[in-house]
Design a protein around this ligand. Structure first.
Ligand code: PLP
Length: 412
């Protein structure tokens, strides 16, 4: 630990001069303390927002020392900022990873990572139940860069084994996936991947490091749309990538070129949001399970997808691998599109909006939102019927969420 800075104009970045993080702390303690300096400017408790686009050098020697890697400081705002560094270290501690890089959004994390790690002529394997913009990037843009892709069903380990080619470099999947919350058996997939020299990236947005530690289960890299549970308040967009330094650094370098960096104010909001991650996840997990259990017993509900229910195809994997299953519940009502719209419009607690993971509950009909532009046949092939609903529980009281759903279902 460094002492209190005595010279306010000093050029070293104090937030990089950190004590060793104890490795044996629980996620609640790490959410609050990890990554942040105990001794801040003016004895402040919180990390400041470093609202600056560049960092000055006191003399030319400092410049050359920096260029030769002899000093640990910031240079220019596209390459780093002490507020981001604190977030990056906090997420590294929570994920149990060596290094994290922060981005302006989850999409920016995915696109920058693919561009940095997939050379021309390489092959990527992805799962079919995947955020539509990630799929769009792979289909429309990565293909133009000479990267081939194979899509497999989530959880189909045999299909994965068969899809691997000599030029396969990466396997990318969400876990749980969206909207069916399929849970990937990460240790099993990682074993097959590593036997064949393939690296595995888990988009753990729906899980968070509280519910699943993907790196400990064998993933090489873990990615988040931090817009969701990590930020947790529906008030920012951000993305992260965590893993071994040797894999993360090329992605950080690509970020410095592509430029999708987060603003330091949004980074600070994320830092603050993460402090309550562990406690929020407890409530999201409890609300998700309570809502799913209620819906499964309701006569107007045809089917519920929630990995915490025994009826979910990946229940056994979720039980073994995850601490909780999060706040998102997908279900199909016994009605048509008009009835489903009447149901959504009758709810009073959730906002009708895309996204998930914030303190406010959100609800959407995938058919009118994320799958609006898909042809009907394709949509139905993916199981997105007119009455499929995605409910992203916030941290309200479960009894209120359920009472609200009950009165809305009565209107169907
Ligand atoms: C699983 C998953 N990954 C990535 C993203 C993209 O994140 P962002 O909206 O922060 O760009 C989303 C967005 O909904 C998502 O659900």
């Amino acid at each position: 630990m460094s002492g209190a800075p005595s010279d306010p104009s000093r050029s070293e970045d104090p937030s990089r001069d950190l004590p060793e993080e104890p490795r044996d702390r629980g996620p609640a303690t790490s959410s609050v303390h990890a990554g942040e300096l105990r001794q801040q400017e003016a004895n402040a408790i919180t990390t400041p927002i470093y609202q600056t686009s560049t960092f000055w050098f006191r003399n030319s020697k400092e410049v050359t020392d920096y260029q030769e890697g002899k000093s640990n400081r910031e240079e220019y705002g596209r390459y780093g900022n002490p507020t981001w560094r604190a977030v990056e270290r906090k997420i590294s501690a929570l994920e149990g990873g060596e290094e994290t890089v922060l981005f302006a959004s989850g999409m920016c994390a995915a696109t920058t990572t693919f561009m940095a790690l997939l050379p021309e002529g390489s092959h990527l394997i992805v799962t079919s139940d995947c955020y539509r913009r990630t799929r769009q990037f792979i289909e429309q843009y990565l293909s133009r860069m000479g990267v081939e892709t194979t899509v497999i069903e989530p959880s189909n380990l045999e299909a994965f084994r068969e899809a691997i080619r000599p030029n396969t470099k990466l396997f990318f999947t969400e876990s749980p996936t969206n909207p069916y919350l399929r849970v990937i058996d990460v240790p099993a997939f990682a074993k097959v991947a590593h036997e064949r020299g393939v690296q595995i990236i888990i988009d753990s947005t729906f899980a968070t490091p509280v519910n699943h530690r993907a790196l400990e289960d064998g993933a090489d890299l873990v990615l988040h749309s931090a817009t969701k549970y990590l930020g947790g308040h529906n008030d920012l967009l951000a993305g992260t990538l965590t893993g071994p330094r040797a894999m993360v650094e090329p992605v950080r370098k690509a970020l410095g070129v592509l430029g999708g960096i987060i603003d330091s104010h949004a980074a600070w909001l994320l830092l603050r949001g993460i402090k309550t991650l562990d406690i929020r996840m407890e409530r999201h997990n409890a609300n998700g399970l309570a809502l799913a259990t209620y819906l499964e017993a309701h006569p107007k509900v045809r089917r519920v997808w929630y990995p915490g229910l025994a009826s979910h195809p990946d229940h056994a994997v979720a039980k073994r691998m995850m601490k909780g299953c999060g706040g998102v519940v997908t279900f199909e009502i016994e009605t048509d599109l008009e009835g489903a719209m009447r149901f959504i419009d009758a709810t009073r607690i959730p906002y009708q909006a895309p996204s998930l993971g914030g303190v406010e509950s959100l609800i959407e009909l995938p058919v009118t939102m994320s799958f609006w532009d898909k042809p009907k046949e394709e949509r139905l092939r993916l199981g997105i019927t007119d009455s499929l609903v995605r409910y992203a529980c916030g941290i309200e009281n479960a009894a209120d969420i359920i009472a609200d759903i009950e009165q809305a279902l009565a209107k169907v």
